[in-house]
Design a protein around this ligand. Structure first.
Ligand code: ATP
Ligand code: MG
Length: 601
């Protein structure tokens, strides 16, 4: 588990070394791409820019981004920023079926919110056609199809008309080499004609696929003539019904990188076995004159795994579809939208990603690391406030006696932040009735309990010392009010009693100026640290206590805050006013995290 306390300086990692090596060697200093004006590549990358590295973050718009994506975002955008390069945001929308505009919008929103930008750094280079580097892979379909035809013509691809079952059976496995398809040795002209029929809608869905012609006995199964194009009559969110064939991800992705002049194509380790095909494809397209060297290279790193969350879009979608959570932005979801709504800051998420490191060795990052990062971020800046989350009334019996009337109020003040007096104070009033936390009173105190019990004295924080005289119960025996008196200085008879020493201090909210608020106490969504590891049913380890809604009393400052304002509620943790539901007069607060880790045991 990886939970460092100190914010570490950006540690170097193998990717930084690779970038530095390439910059020093001028690897990408002379890049020049073939192609004609009007090509996707001109739209995308523009002419070469010698000194700049280019990375990309290429989400498929088939769900909301999650904390694992945040790692990829901070890495790709971070590297580009660090070395004066550009990071593209590219929608890998080559699969027409599962992609939606809602997801495109949510992804753009999440990347921006995390603090990243796909615009070229200023000043824009004179030769840059655009400084905005947001792309859609589907804009390259024409080029991809031309590349497919070129491969066919050169004898490096063929149309296979075996059934899906036959193809699977012929692929072999780790121990057995594959066997050649009967269609493998068709002449290029025949393949080209067939490919055009595929494209023109003359063949049924699934009747044929275009395959690369590489090596059916390769020890790497990905090199056993992988599929490049399939027939699928589906309406695409960008290209509509223009195409009935769609490129496979493994074919499309390297081309997307190359067209955009990407230099370092960084992905997670599961793509390591795809790298030989990435290289094979781009090298052939360079040799065939469709692309030019130096071409992009792929580098893999270990994905971010965080305990107590799942990061498969498919499974997250199931939580949404099955209404186990209230939506993609439910504050318990590990989506960027959910973490944002919960109150986590972009800084804390970036900190988590940086601290988790970048390497080839996988591992798990404890969810607690995110809370530690959040506390490190908010502790120095979040204003403080008081609240009673499980409120019970405290009555001060001698108030009128001391102050002449129960209508009298004492003005109290407290710093907005204990270490930053310059940012000001908050003000509230103490009267004969205040709200305190139910568990700050005990009828039968255990050893070491220093708060309210009959005969004990505590300080009401920023207010007076009080002595508990007992409690009031309802017919069922439940405590409904705690009784106390203000301790007055014995000599002067005035309250204040600073000479009196007490062991306990409790927080409180005035019964007049405290405001009722809906407080949503969030906790982890799963009780199992690895809810879906090894094919486990993640729905079997849902935490029944992941959301508890209480009516609390809070300081007026909380109620009047704008939505999405963060506070430390003293003794309770960090809270945010809900960005959608909070309104002044109708306060709604989310607990981001407690002040301490309560899960470490
Ligand atoms: P899923 O498998 O749940 O659909 P995905 O990884 O296929 O997720 P993409 O939209 O393809 O989702 O991901 C975009 C980028 O984010 C990819 O480059 C991918 O490697 C990266 N990424 C996804 N999950 C993680 C993770 N846990 N850690 C680091 N990078 C990740
Ligand atoms: Mg993917």
């Amino acid at each position: 588990m990886n939970t460092p306390k100190e914010p570490a300086a950006p540690a170097s990692n193998f990717l930084r070394h690779i970038v530095e090596r390439d910059l020093a060697a001028g690897t990408y200093a002379s890049r020049r791409f073939a192609g004609t004006p009007g090509d996707a590549m001109h739209h995308a990358g523009g002419p070469p820019d010698p000194a700049r590295i280019r990375t990309r973050f290429p989400p498929e718009p088939n769900g909301y981004l999650h904390i694992g994506h945040a790692k990829s975002i901070t890495l790709n955008f971070g590297l580009a920023a660090e070395y004066g390069g550009i990071c593209h945001l590219r929608f890998d929308d080559t699969n027409p079926e599962k992609e939606e505009q809602e997801y495109v919008d949510a992804i753009i929103d999440a990347v921006r919110w995390l603090g990243f930008d796909w615009h070229a750094p200023e000043p824009a280079r004179p030769f840059e056609a655009t400084t905005s580097h947001l792309y859609f892979a589907s804009d390259y379909f024409d080029f991809m199809y031309r590349a497919a035809e070129a491969l066919v013509e050169a004898g490096h691809a063929y149309v296979d008309e075996q059934s899906a079952d036959e193809m699977r059976a012929h692929r072999g496995d780790f121990a057995t080499p594959g066997t050649a398809s009967p269609f493998r040795d068709r002449r290029p002209e025949e393949n080209l004609a067939r490919l055009r029929q595929m494209k023109n809608g003359e063949l049924a869905d699934g009747a044929a696929v275009l395959r690369a012609r590489i090596d059916m006995s390769s020890p790497n199964i990905n090199m056993r003539d992988p599929a490049l194009y399939r027939i699928k009559r589906a309406t695409h969110h960008n290209t509509g019904d223009r195409w009935c064939i769609y490129p496979m991800y493994t074919f499309a992705h390297p081309i997307e990188d190359a067209l955009e002049n990407v230099t370092h194509s960084i992905c997670t380790l599961e793509f390591e076995d795809q790298r030989p095909f990435y290289d094979w494809l781009l090298d052939w397209l360079c040799k065939l004159g469709l692309l030019a060297q130096p071409r992009p290279h792929q580098y893999e790193f270990a994905r971010l795994n965080v305990t107590y969350v799942i990061t498969s879009k498919r499974k997250l979608k199931a939580l949404v579809d099955d209404k186990i959570v209230a939506g993609w932005d439910d504050p318990r979801m590990p989506t960027i939208a959910g973490l944002r709504r919960r109150g986590y800051t972009p800084e804390s998420i970036r900190m988590l990603c940086e601290r988790a490191g970048t390497s080839k060795a996988g591992g798990w990052t404890d969810y607690a690391s995110l809370d530690i990062a959040l506390r490190d971020d908010l502790d120095p800046k979040a204003p403080r406030a008081m609240a009673a989350l499980d409120p019970i009334e405290l009555r001060l019996a001698n108030w009128a006696e001391l102050f002449g009337s129960d209508a009298h109020r004492e003005d109290c003040h407290a710093p907005l932040h204990p270490q930053r007096p310059e940012i000001g104070e908050r003000r509230f009033q103490l009267g004969p009735r205040v709200w305190i936390e139910r568990d700050d009173f005990a009828e039968a105190p255990t050893k070491g309990f220093f708060r309210l019990f009959r005969g004990n004295r505590v300080r009401l924080k920023y207010g007076y010392i009080v002595e508990c005289t007992g409690c009031e119960k309802d017919a069922s025996g439940r405590v409904v009010a705690v009784l106390a008196r203000v301790v007055a200085d014995t000599k002067s008879g005035t309250p204040g009693a600073d000479a009196v020493k007490v062991k306990g201090t409790i927080t409180w909210v005035g019964a007049d100026d405290g405001i009722a608020a809906e407080v949503r106490l969030y906790d982890r969504l799963f009780i199992d640290a690895q809810p879906d590891a090894g094919g486990k049913d993640f729905k079997a380890s849902l935490n029944a206590q992941s959301l508890r809604v209480v009516t609390a009393y809070v300081e007026a400052a909380l109620a009047n805050a704008e939505p999405d304002a963060r506070f430390q509620i003293e003794r309770h943790g960090y809270f945010v006013t809900d960005r959608l539901d909070h309104a002044s007069g109708r306060p709604v607060l989310n607990r981001i995290t407690t002040l301490r880790d309560t899960w470490s045991k």
